[in-house]
Design a protein around this ligand. Structure first.
Ligand SMILES: Cc1cc2nc3c(=O)[nH]c(=O)nc-3n(C[C@H](O)[C@H](O)[C@H](O)COP(=O)(O)OP(=O)(O)OC[C@H]3O[C@@H](n4cnc5c(N)ncnc54)[C@H](O)[C@@H]3O)c2cc1C
Ligand code: FES
Length: 258
């Protein structure tokens, strides 16, 4: 983990209310993994003081060297500021932080489930799994088609299943529908999205009597990002306390919900 500053190389509204920023990649991110995140410091001084947690969306080779991407919904002051950045602007970060997804060797059928902006770290994971010759099905869910990452921007080898609550794209309903169908097919499951989605996925797994692990990237309000403030504490149903920033954000959902 390091504090670093990077220059914006590209910035655009990608779909709906979702923005993508590309920035020069510092060496400290060379070995980072899908699911790890950065504390992103917005503003030009010390107001606001607290960083905003954002997953590393992807790495890519840019025209002038390696770049990393951030994919975010514009929901408040920090993400609005980020969306206003122009090419050449500098942004400060601390990272990489947290524990990302853990992919088992010698398994092939990979099921990825993203709710809304939860697709941000899963797309990078999907690309890595495809490059490693695994079969990937990516379920993308949202309230409407404006919340769905454009499938034409994804590698064609990824099997994509879309659900929207209003039926404006793909199957009408929640991601739990395709998840229930695809669970028996899968060797490993990775998920990212809101807490109610995680709880629903866990309940489907339990009702199916499946012993499969279900890795989820938990989200919480984060003030520091590295284990000092306890603002990101979660309380597993069995008892105890876990910090999303340092123990996670990747957890086996059974550990949280059973
Ligand atoms: C580990 C981690 C990774 C994340 N990765 C991404 C990502 O890749 N892309 C992305 O768009 N967002 C991501 N988030 C959520 C992101 O941190 C918040 O959306 C962001 O901090 C909002 O900042 P803001 O100043 O724009 O909004 P604020 O003004 O701080 O808040 C605006 C609204 O967003 C809600 N909100 C703020 N923070 C969170 C949060 N952590 N979780 C849920 N709701 C929140 C507030 O309750 C409020 O309703 C991640 C969060 C965590 C903990
Ligand atoms: S964000 Fe401060 S302890 Fe996790």
């Amino acid at each position: 983990m390091e504090r670093f500053t990077s220059s914006v190389t590209d910035s655009s509204l990608l779909y709906g209310n979702t923005h993508i920023l590309w920035l020069d990649q510092p060496q400290v991110l060379n070995n980072c993994r899908p699911g790890e995140f950065l504390m992103t410091y917005i503003g030009d001084g010390h107001d606001p003081l607290l960083g905003r947690a954002l997953s590393i969306h992807r790495l890519r080779e840019g025209i002038n060297g390696p770049e990393f991407g951030l994919l975010f919904d514009v929901v408040g002051r920090g993400t609005h500021w980020l969306a206003q950045r122009n090419i050449g602007d500098q942004i400060s970060f601390v990272g990489p932080l947290g524990h990302g997804f853990e992919v088992r060797p010698r398994v092939n059928q990979m099921l990825l489930v993203g709710g809304g902006i939860g697709c941000a770290p899963l797309i990078w994971l999907a690309e890595e799994l495809i490059a490693d010759d695994r079969n990937v099905t990516l379920v993308l869910g949202g309230r409407s088609k404006e919340q769905i990452f454009p499938s034409q921007l994804l590698p064609p080898e990824i099997e994509i299943v879309v659900t929207t609550e209003d039926g404006s794209l793909g199957e009408k309903g929640l991601v739990t529908g395709p998840f229930k169908r695809l669970l028996p097919w899968s060797d490993q499951v990775f998920a990212c999205g809101p807490d109610p989605m995680f709880e629903a996925l866990y309940q489907v797994t339990k009702q199916a009597g499946s012993g499969k692990s279900l890795q989820g990237l938990l989200e919480g309000r984060m003030a520091c990002g590295f284990g000092i403030c306890y603002s990101c504490a979660v309380f597993p149903k069995k008892g105890g306390v876990r910090l999303i920033c340092t123990d996670g954000p990747q957890f086996d959902l059974k550990e949280i919900y059973s």
